[in-house]
Design a protein around this ligand. Structure first.
Ligand code: NAD
Ligand code: IPM
Ligand code: MN
Length: 363
């Protein structure tokens, strides 16, 4: 099959991790006889510096002309004093809006080999496998009015959702629940916020279309505790935009590192794929970044944009095998490193690439 992928590597560790993801994708494509083409464009801080805007028109045009977009990360401390609409992050939010994907799938899977890396007890996280479905185009991120009034020293953002916006992402979550264990937890703050009451009422309405899926509702504050105490109790978890942003970084503690989490955004014109982590300025340029979240994001491209389930599974299995063999990036080697081999970003990428090739050749 043919697939045209745009890579917007962005800032900080973005280019370091996407390079490895692309190399793994190329290997999977070549071994399977598929024709993947890759183009690259600027986004975020690098685009502000070179093009004067975080989302150049040329980047957007190329994204809309592609079958899938892979983003590394955007942001950097040098842009911290800019207003939100001028920052690197605005480039990513503009891209998300233009591509139109509203359902951001963020699987958080506890690899057995990484249990020692989590501050949670192994028996708590063993077998945890949560699929967050984060609404990506609404809520506080985009609601208007929004303003920082420097005269009155007042600032405001607006959490806004329509019934249709909630219903469409809820349907995605219910359908995914059907493919897993028919369990869905919807997260809100309906004890305080009107927008959450609309959210809950709409999810309940949509639930009538999916009588086979067991639905429960949790308040976001309690949920942030439950996923640490009993992560295995949850399967598909539906959230609004900001709650999902926060809960998924928290859920990375179950997996052992934020560097492990991939994501796929579906439902729009072109799917957008990004690891969950950011540009990690504290480790950028040092070869310390964990590329596995980006590599697993590559697997999601194969599954959701290419229909290549076997190749996608080979990448996921390849990551597991590399971990089983004791290979770790520094973020995965906290504490006792006896018997482990600590690798750089590129070395880890190469390990996965070679393993995926072997798996696919022998498949
Ligand atoms: P971050 O995710 O960049 O980093 C948080 C911590 O996790 C840091 O200690 C970092 O070193 C570590 N970490 C993250 N990814 C890692 C990886 N792959 N391997 C090893 N360690 C990893 O979050 P932050 O520090 O709060 O934000 C930094 C910048 O990134 C900000 O400008 C923020 O807006 C931006 N950001 C961008 C995205 C995105 O582009 N999708 C996502 C989140 C944050
Ligand atoms: C993420 C990031 C982004 C978000 C930022 C950088 C706009 O934190 O993808 O999780 O808040 O959605
Ligand atoms: Mn985030």
């Amino acid at each position: 099959m043919k697939l045209k992928i745009l890579v917007v590597a962005g800032d900080g560790i973005g280019p370091e991790v996407t390079r490895e993801a692309v190399a793994v994708l190329k290997e999977a494509a070549a071994t399977g006889g598929h024709e993947f083409t890759f183009s690259e464009r600027r986004i975020g801080g690098v685009a502000i510096v070179k093009d004067g805007t975080p989302l150049p028109a040329d980047t957007l045009g190329e994204a809309l002309a592609s079958d899938a977009v892979l983003l590394g990360a955007v942001g950097g401390n040098e842009f911290n004093s800019l207003p939100p609409d001028k920052r690197p992050e605005a480039g990513l939010l503009g891209l998300r809006t233009a591509l139109g994907g509203f359902a951001n799938l963020r699987p958080a899977f506890a690899f057995k080999e990484l249990a020692v890396n989590s501050p949670l007890r192994p028996e708590v996280i063993d077998g945890a496998d949560i699929l967050f479905v984060r609404e990506l185009l609404g809520g506080l991120y985009f609601g208007k009015p929004r303003e920082w009034n420097r005269t009155t020293n007042e600032a405001l953002n607006t959490m806004r959702y329509t019934r249709d916006e909630v219903a469409r992402v809820a349907r995605v979550a219910f359908k995914l629940a059907r493919q897993r264990s028919n369990k869905l937890t919807s997260v809100d703050k309906a004890n305080v916020l009107e927008v959450s009451q609309l959210w809950r009422a709409t999810v309940n309405e949509v639930a009538a279309e999916f009588p086979d899926v067991a639905l429960d509702h949790q308040y976001v504050d309690a949920m942030s505790m439950h996923i640490m105490n009993q992560p295995r109790n949850y399967d598909v978890v539906l959230t609004e935009n900001l709650f999902g942003d926060i809960l998924t970084d928290e859920a990375s503690v179950i997996t052992g590192s934020l560097g492990m989490l991939p994501s796929a955004t579906i439902g729009g014109k072109v799917n957008l794929y990004e690891p969950v982590h950011g540009s990690a300025p504290d480790i950028a340029g040092k070869g310390l970044a964990n590329p596995l979240g980006a590599i697993l994001t590559g697997a999601l491209i194969l599954r959701h944009s290419a229909g290549l389930a076997v190749e996608a599974a080979a990448i996921e299995k390849g990551v597991r095998k590399v971990l089983e063999s004791g290979f770790r990036t520094p973020d995965l080697a906290r504490g006792n490193t006896e018997g482990l081999t600590v690798l750089s970003t590129t070395e880890m990428g190469a390990q996965v690439r070679d393993t995926v090739k072997t798996l696919l050749v022998n498949a």
